[in-house]
Design a protein around this ligand. Structure first.
Ligand SMILES: Nc1ncnc2c1ncn2[C@@H]1O[C@H](COP(=O)(O)OP(=O)(O)O)[C@@H](O)[C@H]1O
Ligand SMILES: [Mg+2]
Length: 268
């Protein structure tokens, strides 16, 4: 019996470019400041960029694990901030559609890391790919990032629908990003939650709103995590609230997680 089961948090979105990587990178630093041991997995395997956000250049990545050349511990990079990262590899087409065996390999490797971490954060790719729904189905928390653009709302709904229909997942936590007012945030959440309730019969959980802040792009260009540069900004305060809010929500760690997922996959 395991003594430590990390909480797995998958971050996804329907449409790309809505702020997933920025969210995952910065919230991992908030969790670290709350004394959590964080492992961040870049699962946007076709288009990875967490390394860029931290200004690191990993030598090895998940591709080397799948090729059997490295174990998962060999590819993990620790940032100066104390975050451990599993890097992805960019632009490798065959990795955008992982085979069943490759997914199982990743799950087994991740499972071996359980004792070392409190939280696993997974930055998934955009859209409804097999990889995305796979990682979401193994997570304890599914966070969906959405913006007020109608295409983002429609694509977020489509993603929720697929994960719900394919995996029976009903718990989705919503973050509305790039908002210019509280009203914009509330209206966006309302639109998304109304369709989810009406057509799928599920209630979405609002985690919070994050304001549009042009300094975020500057931080990306400087390759320094935004929250370290602007710890007292409105964005940073709200991100802190979202992190605390999430940790307060109870999840059943035995339901979900890598072990649970392996059992489920084997039973199929
Ligand atoms: N709240 C925000 N305010 C301003 N710019 C943002 C915000 N969130 C993200 N961005 C910017 O939007 C772009 C896309 O963000 P990114 O995190 O890479 O999205 P994704 O991972 O969903 O594709 C980046 O240039 C990022 O700096
Ligand atoms: Mg991204």
């Amino acid at each position: 019996m395991k003594t430590n089961i990390p909480r797995i948090i998958a971050v996804a979105s329907g449409k790309g470019g809505v702020g997933k990587t920025n969210f995952v990178t910065n919230i991992s630093l908030v969790f670290r400041s709350l004394q959590k041991r964080v492992l961040l997995m870049d699962a946007d395997i076709g288009l990875s960029n967490i390394d860029i956000m931290f200004g690191i250049a990993p030598k090895y990545n998940i591709k080397h694990v799948l090729a059997g050349e490295k174990g998962i511990k060999d590819i993990i990079v620790s940032t100066n901030e104390g975050i451990d990262i599993i890097p992805a590899s960019s632009g490798i087409r065959e990795l955008t559609q992982l085979s069943f065996n490759n997914k199982m390999r990743i799950v087994e490797e991740l499972d071996s890391l359980d004792p070392d971490y409190d939280l696993f954060l997974i930055d998934t790719g955009a859209g409804i790919s097999e990889n995305v729904t796979f990682f979401c189905s193994a997570a304890h928390d599914n966070i969906i990032i959405v913006t007020s653009e109608p295409t983002s709302i429609a694509d977020a709904y489509a993603l929720i629908k697929v994960i719900y229909k394919e995996h029976g997942e009903q718990n989705f936590r919503i973050v509305v990003n790039n908002v210019r007012s509280q009203v914009e945030g509330r209206n966006t959440f309302k639109k998304l939650s109304m369709v989810a309730e009406r057509f799928l019969g599920i209630n979405l959980d609002l985690l919070g709103f994050l304001p549009y802040d042009e300094k975020i792009k500057e931080a990306v260009i400087a390759q320094k995590p935004y929250i370290n540069l602007y710890p007292t900004s409105d964005f940073s305060k709200r991100l802190n609230d979202i992190a605390r809010n999430l940790l307060k929500k109870e999840v059943n760690l035995l339901k979900g997680g890598m072990q649970f997922f392996l059992k489920k996959a084997m039973a199929q």
